[in-house]
Every structure is written in structure tokens, then in C-alpha cells.
Design a protein around this ligand. Structure first.
Ligand code: BGC
Length: 472
């Protein structure tokens, strides 16, 4: 090998090491912020195993039990809605720190509550935390992440949500013999404290800093998270794309309306295609599908949680490689087919053993479909599609719509089962999924490999909704 070739080789290796070091730091940031996802999954999942014990201890009526379950999505809806302007004023990092404190106080309240009222109030606080962090964590990560890894890094948050759900199932399952529901809630302390401490050490989003006119601070942050040659260029791109006018009326202007349409529709479609009928009511569904013993229904539920985690892990690298649209289309197609089959199985009067297993296979396929599509990608696109000056506000509105639809599906599912039967209910979700597929095919853009600033430029240029993610 010539001396020159050796030098070039060494130089390339050094550059690779620098790029890897910076990417490593981005991954650390993503993982810490994604602790918010663990809290989201854990605190929404843990209640199912706790209900029985709390009902017994406090002698809860059906109404107060409903209230206890419903306060979290209600709190989340309110938390998401009221925090949009705060995240644009206070900053992403500071709001995440405040949210960690809300989680800590709420969890403390849950473990100590001596009356049902205090328990409901504490769960409401936890709900507020979930509502705020369900979009501020992905938002923060999306503004830190390098363009080509944005999908994967932001989706660490969804992976954390799925892990939080399994954690909740396992905690409920293992502590059930002790009947210690306070200890079940208490596990939520660990990610809350870790989030609080971790966020104290992380930098603020450079995009938010530029937006607030703190260009020098943004430069410092960018120097930590990007290799040196990229820093100036990226800073300049952010500055060029940013106007300093934060005004909620911008959300309804002609050029920003496509972003609102994309974010709100993905937020709603994520819920009305029925994911939480499975996540929240899995034991009931398995029971209907012929898994008679409580033990087997519970085991199948934990299995579903694990499939959710594994499929999300598989999806993460594909989001930036294949892109958002192919995964959405593939995943929702799978969801639609599984729902249609499930409906058909429930249509048969008496479910045979064989059909029970086909039903299980349908539910697994449905979860895989969700985990590679609407699960991670709805949250990702909600935070990447808005222009900087209304990114917080816009994502907060879309997130509130997500929690609103979550509540509606959760509240109506059992009634739908009674009215339409299981076959009719799953057929309804299958039809909604087909509608979602058509809508996404014609309206939702591809945002892979496109910088947040380019998306903003496309919006300003008035490109059709479907091409807002275009890179040229
Ligand atoms: C949804 C939740 C759902 C979870 C399941 C999240 O993306 O927002 O409603 O329970 O995924 O993995």
C-alpha cells in the first residue's frame, strides 16, 4: 500500500470514529428522553392489574372505578392540550424536567393515597405527565437527531412505550400474590427519577434555542452533537428557516394547514384503528376467543406485549431505510386483514380449539402490523411535520386529539361489543383501517432523509400535502 493510501485510510477511520462518537451521544440523549415513553407505557398499563385490589380496599362503585381508569386519558388529553404554548416558551428540556417532577409527585400520591379521591387526583397528575411527555419527548429527540437517523431515534420513544406496557403486565403479575397495589404503582418511581436526573445533564434542543434567539448556545449544543464540519452548515440552515414569530394563529394559516391535517389525522387514525381494544382489553378478548382460564388469557396478554416490543425493534431501522410510507401501508394492510379474519372467527357461533389459535395468530399479526406502522410513525410524523415556530403547539393539539380518540375507543368498546357483537365490532375496525389505508396512500408524505428545515420550506412553498417531505 502507498503511503498516501495509508494516510487516507487513517483519515477515513478517524472521521468514522468522530461520526460514531457523535451518533453515540445522540443515542444516549434519545434513550434518556425515551424514559418518558417507559412512563407512558407503564402508567397506562399498570392500572388493569391494580383495579381488583383497589376496588376491594376502598369498596369502589362501578362509577368510581370508571373514574379511576378514565382519569389518566382525561389528564393526558388536558396535559397535552395546555402544554403546547409552554413547550414553545419554556423549552423542550425544561418542560421534560417539570414533567418528570409531575410524574414523581403523582406516583408518590398513588402509593400513599388513603382515600379514593386522593388516588384519583394522583392518577390525574400522572395523566397530565403522560399527556405532556407523549409528544415533548419525541419532539425533543427529533430536534436533536441527525436527519438520516431521525426516524430511528425518535422511535426509541415508542419502543420505550411498548417496554413500559410489558413491564406493567409483569409487575402486576408478579406482585398480584402480595395484593400490594401500592408497590405496583411505586415501580413507576424508577423511570421518573431517572428521567429527572438524566434530563438535568442533557442539552436543550438547538432548534428551540435558535427560535428563542440564543444562537451562540445553539452553536455550543450543535458542536457537541455533530461532527465539526457539519456544525456551521446545520446552524445556518436552522437560522434561515426560522422566523421568530410564535403565534397560535399560524396553526390555521393556509400554508401550515397541511401540517395540521397530517398530524391530527395520523394521531386519530392511530387510535380509531383499535389498538387499545387489544392493549387494554386483551384478557377479555382472549376469553371470548376461547382461552377460558384466567392464567392462559394472562399469558397470552404478556405474549402480545412482547410481540409488540420485538416488532417495534424490527421496525426501528426500517423507518429511515424503507421510509415512513411503505411501512404505514404494509403495517395497516396487515392490521386490516387480521381484523377481517378476527371478525370472521367471531362470526362463527362456537369457536373450536383450532379457531382459538387462529384468533391468537390474528391478534399477533395485528400487533405486528401496528408496531411497524402507526405505533412509531404516527408519533414521529406528529413532531416532524410542523414548522419550528408552532412545532410545540401543533404537536400538542395533535396529541390531545390522540388522547381524545383513545378515550372514545376505550369508553365505547364494551358497548360496541354488546351492540354489534365481537364480529361486528372487529369488522368496524377493519373498515376504518381500509379507510386509513386509502387516506394515507393519497395524503401522507414521505419524510425520510428530509431535514426538518426542508419540510418547513416545502410547506411555505405551498407544495401539495403528499409532497411536503420531498427533498428537492
Ligand atoms: C399508542 C398507545 C398504545 C401503544 C401500544 C402507542 O403509540 O399511542 O395508545 O397503547 O402505542 O404500543
Amino acid at each position: 500500500m502507498e503511503v498516501n493510501e495509508v494516510n487516507i485510510d487513517l483519515l477515513e477511520k478517524k472521521e468514522d470514529a468522530i461520526v460514531n462518537r457523535h451518533l453515540g451521544f445522540n443515542i444516549v440523549i434519545g434513550c434518556i428522553a425515551a424514559l418518558a415513553g417507559i412512563l407512558f407505557g407503564f402508567d397506562t398499563g399498570v392500572i388493569s392489574g391494580i383495579l381488583l385490589f383497589v376496588q376491594k380496599q376502598f369498596g369502589l362503585t362501578a362509577f368510581s372505578t370508571g373514574l379511576l381508569v378514565g382519569t389518566v386519558p382525561a389528564g393526558a388529553l388536558i396535559g397535552a392540550f395546555i402544554s403546547g404554548r409552554i413547550v414553545d416558551h419554556l423549552g423542550r428540556r425544561k418542560l421534560l424536567i417539570v414533567t418528570a417532577i409531575i410524574y414523581i409527585i403523582g406516583t408518590l400520591g398513588c402509593t400513599q393515597a388513603k382515600t379514593p379521591e386522593l388516588l384519583i387526583l394522583s392518577r390525574f397528575l400522572v395523566g397530565l405527565g403522560i399527556g405532556i411527555s407523549s409528544y415533548t419527548a419525541p419532539l425533543y429527540i427529533s430536534e436533536i437527531a441527525p436527519t438520516h437517523f431521525r426516524g430511528a431515534l425518535v422511535s426509541l420513544n415508542q419502543l420505550a412505550v411498548t417496554i413500559g406496557i410489558v413491564l406493567a403486565y409483569l409487575v402486576d403479575y408478579s406482585l398480584a400474590p402480595t395484593a400490594s397495589w401500592r408497590s405496583m404503582f411505586a415501580v413507576g418511581f424508577i423511570p421518573a427519577v431517572l428521567l429527572f436526573v438524566g434530563m438535568l445533564f442533557l442539552p436543550e434542543s438547538p432548534r428551540w434555542l435558535v427560535f428563542r434567539g440564543k444562537v451562540n448556545e445553539a452553536l455550543k449544543v450543535l458542536s457537541k452533537i455533530r461532527p465539526a464540519p457539519q456544525v456551521e452548515k446545520e446552524l445556518q440552515q436552522i437560522i434561515n428557516a426560522t422566523s421568530k414569530r410564535a403565534d397560535w394563529r399560524l396553526l390555521l394559516q393556509k400554508w401550515t394547514r397541511p401540517a395540521l391535517l397530517i398530524a391530527v389525522s395520523l394521531a386519530i387514525l392511530q387510535q380509531i384503528t383499535g389498538i387499545n381494544t387489544i392493549i387494554y382489553y386483551a384478557p377479555t378478548i382472549f376469553h371470548m376467543a376461547g382461552f377460558q382460564s384466567a392464567q392462559s388469557a394472562l399469558l397470552a396478554t404478556v405474549g402480545i406485549g412482547i410481540v409488540n416490543v420485538i416488532s417495534t425493534i424490527v421496525a426501528i431501522p426500517l423507518i429511515d431505510r424503507w421510509g415512513r410510507r411503505p411501512l404505514l401501508i404494509l403495517g395497516i394492510s396487515l392490521m386490516t386483514i387480521s381484523l377481517a379474519f378476527l371478525s370472521y372467527i367471531f362470526y362463527t357461533q362456537k369457536i373450536t380449539d383450532e379457531e382459538s389459535y387462529i384468533a391468537l395468530a390474528c391478534i399477533i399479526a395485528y400487533i405486528i402490523g401496528f408496531a411497524i406502522s402507526l405505533g412509531p410513525i404516527a408519533w414521529l410524523m406528529i413532531v416532524e411535520i410542523f414548522p419550528l415556530e408552532i412545532r410545540g403547539l401543533g404537536s400538542s393539539v395533535a396529541t390531545a386529539c390522540n388522547w381524545g380518540s383513545n378515550m372514545i375507543v376505550g369508553l365505547t368498546f364494551l358497548t360496541l361489543l354488546a351492540w354489534l357483537t365481537a364480529a361486528g365490532t372487529f369488522l368496524l375496525f377493519a373498515v376504518i383501517s381500509i379507510f386509513s389505508l386509502i387516506f394515507i396512500y393519497f395524503v401522507i408524505p414521505e419524510t425520510k432523509d428530509t431535514s426538518l428545515e426542508m419540510i418547513e420550506n416545502n410547506l411555505r412553498a405551498g407544495k401539495p400535502t403528499r409532497y411536503i417531505g420531498s427533498n428537492v
